[in-house]
Every structure is written in structure tokens, then in C-alpha cells.
Design a protein around this ligand. Structure first.
Ligand code: UTP
Length: 289
């Protein structure tokens, strides 16, 4: 297997209906976690894991994402003239540190459809997928933990998280055989199972390490849950072939595409900043009395 993490895909073409009306004009992937957009933190994770090429799948009205990773001459010039060297360097680093290619998903027809849009850009290589609204905060980047498992076993790997039984209907849910190394040999994968029918409480979360033939499988996938082309349905084919592992990642996951998850992510990341921590804690004590 070639290095499985040279290229990563970040799907960010969804409608973000849970964040309306804000997402009428701002992509949810650009909503700030303290002062960085969610997608900026996700690109950081990919870079820390050794990725050299980031392919963002964009939809209509998402040029803000392209602009964020592009050079901003006027802003850089103004910051320099005003002597704001530190801010200048921060801003410049974003466009200097990574090659971001932006591709269009013409219609938001599902996550599987979004990943398929990256087919030509990926070619015949293993690649990572990081969902544009799913944050993973950990010492070893979440996607690197999956890449390690994929490189060792030659199998595709998805991130799993145990969720309460009453939440399984919101996720893709996996079941299979627990291996001696703690990973799950996934035998079955179901997208958004109806309440009470989930085969386990192990939910797939937004990190995947995939082989290039996933694109052939995706071409064949028919619209599933919600009338969308589901990535889960393509992964279920890998599972049937005995080629899919579930890995419980070490770290903290925040669903920044969900209102409560987004607020929690902001608090968690802010509390890690010494300049914000005490003020925020004092405020939270006051409002929770
Ligand atoms: P979500 O299901 O969380 O995104 O997809 P959504 O559909 O935008 O959200 P809501 O439910 O309407 O609020 C997870 C990730 O996959 C991308 C989204 O942008 C998000 O980052 N996605 C989803 C696509 O790129 N294309 C799609 O067709 C669907």
C-alpha cells in the first residue's frame, strides 16, 4: 500500500439545515470555533497527520471556504502597514501551509456522492476522508490513528464511537467481531437504523481511511436513507468483503454540525486557551447559578 495519507477529502457541500438561518449565507464549516473556522481545525488535523493535498468538496455559495485557504493580499498588506506582524504571520500561514483544491458537488445528494466527486483528484491511491463539520481533538490526529491501522492491516478503517441507545438512529451503526487488538472486524453497517433496530451502539463518526476501489462501489450505490447516496452503503460492501475495520479513536470528538455540539466545541477549545479560560469559567459559574 502506498502512504495512505498523502491526500484527504473534506466533504463540505451539505446544506447545513440545522444551522439555518445562519447557513443561508455562511457555510457551517466556516462557523468559528473561538477564532478559527471548523474546517480550518480539520485541515490542521490532516496536515499534522502528514497529508500534503487537501481536496475540499464545495457546494453552491461556499466560496467563503475557498477564500479562507487562499491568499488575501489586501488584508496581508494592511496588517503589515499597521505593524500587526503576528496577525500577518497567522493569516499567511493558512495559505502557505497547504495545497487546497476545491471541487464542486453540483447538488447535495449525500455524503457518498460528495466523496465520489473526488474520484479524479484521488486517482489510484488510498485516501482519508474527514467530515467538514466533525471535530476531533487528540494528541495523535484521529485520521493518523486510522492510517496506522490501515497501513498495518491492509484494510479500510472507520472511526467508531459508542453512543447512547436513543441516539443510534442518527448515525451509521456498525456490528461485528471484536479482534484481539481491540478493533472491530465490521460485518454489518446500517445507516440511520430505526429506533430500537440498531445492531449495536457503535456509531461511525466522521473519519475514514479508504481504498481507491471505493469509487467503483460508490458508482453502484443506489439512493438510500433520506434519498441520498450514502457513504455507509458503500462501506457496507467493504464490510461484506471482510475489508473494513472499526477503530475506537483516542481523543475528544465534537459534532460541530449540531447546535449543542457546536456550543460545546467552542467551550472546550476556549477552555484550552490560557487567555480565555478564567474569564469563561467565571462567566459559566455566574450563568449556571
Ligand atoms: P451532514 O449530514 O452533517 O451535513 O454531512 P448537512 O446535510 O449539511 O447537515 P444538515 O443535517 O442539513 O444540518 C456531514 C458532512 O458532509 C457534507 C456536509 O457539508 C458535512 O460537512 N456533505 C453532506 C456533503 O458534502 N454533501 C452532501 O450531499 C451531504
Amino acid at each position: 500500500m502506498n502512504h495512505p495519507l498523502r491526500k484527504v477529502v473534506i466533504p463540505a457541500a451539505g446544506l447545513g439545515t440545522r444551522f439555518l438561518p445562519a447557513t443561508k449565507s455562511v457555510p457551517k464549516e466556516m462557523l468559528p470555533i473561538v477564532d478559527q473556522p471548523t474546517i480550518g481545525l480539520i485541515v490542521d488535523e490532516a496536515l499534522r497527520a502528514g497529508a500534503t493535498e487537501v481536496i475540499v468538496i464545495n457546494g453552491r455559495g461556499k466560496t467563503a471556504i475557498e477564500d479562507y485557504f487562499d491568499r488575501s493580499y489586501e488584508l496581508e498588506d494592511t496588517l503589515l502597514r499597521k505593524g500587526k506582524q503576528e496577525l500577518f504571520e497567522q493569516v499567511r500561514k493558512i495559505s502557505d501551509s497547504v495545497s487546497v483544491t476545491s471541487l464542486r458537488q453540483k447538488e447535495p445528494m449525500g455524503l457518498g456522492h460528495a466523496v465520489l466527486a473526488a474520484r479524479n483528484a484521488i486517482g489510484d491511491q488510498w485516501f482519508g476522508v474527514l467530515l467538514g463539520d466533525d471535530l476531533f481533538d487528540s494528541e495523535e490526529p484521529g485520521i493518523a490513528q486510522l492510517a496506522r491501522v490501515a497501513a498495518k492491516t491492509g484494510k479500510a478503517a472507520v472511526a467508531l464511537m459508542a453512543v447512547p441507545d436513543d441516539q443510534t438512529h442518527m448515525y451509521g451503526v456498525a456490528a461485528g467481531v471484536r479482534l484481539p487488538d481491540g478493533n472491530l472486524a465490521i460485518a454489518k453497517l446500517i445507516e440511520k437504523p430505526k429506533q430500537g433496530t440498531a445492531p449495536s451502539n457503535l456509531a461511525v463518526i466522521g473519519r475514514y481511511l479508504l481504498p481507491p476501489d471505493i469509487f467503483d462501489i460508490l458508482e453502484q450505490v443506489k439512493p438510500g436513507a433520506g434519498g441520498e447516496i450514502q457513504l455507509t452503503d458503500a462501506l457496507a460492501v467493504l464490510a461484506q468483503q471482510g475489508r473494513l475495520l472499526g477503530v475506537t479513536l483516542q481523543g475528544e470528538r465534537h459534532d460541530a454540525g449540531d447546535r449543542l455540539g457546536y456550543l460545546q466545541a467552542n467551550i472546550a477549545y476556549a477552555l484550552k486557551r490560557p487567555s480565555l479560560r478564567e474569564g469563561l469559567l467565571a462567566f459559566m459559574r455566574k450563568v449556571s447559578q
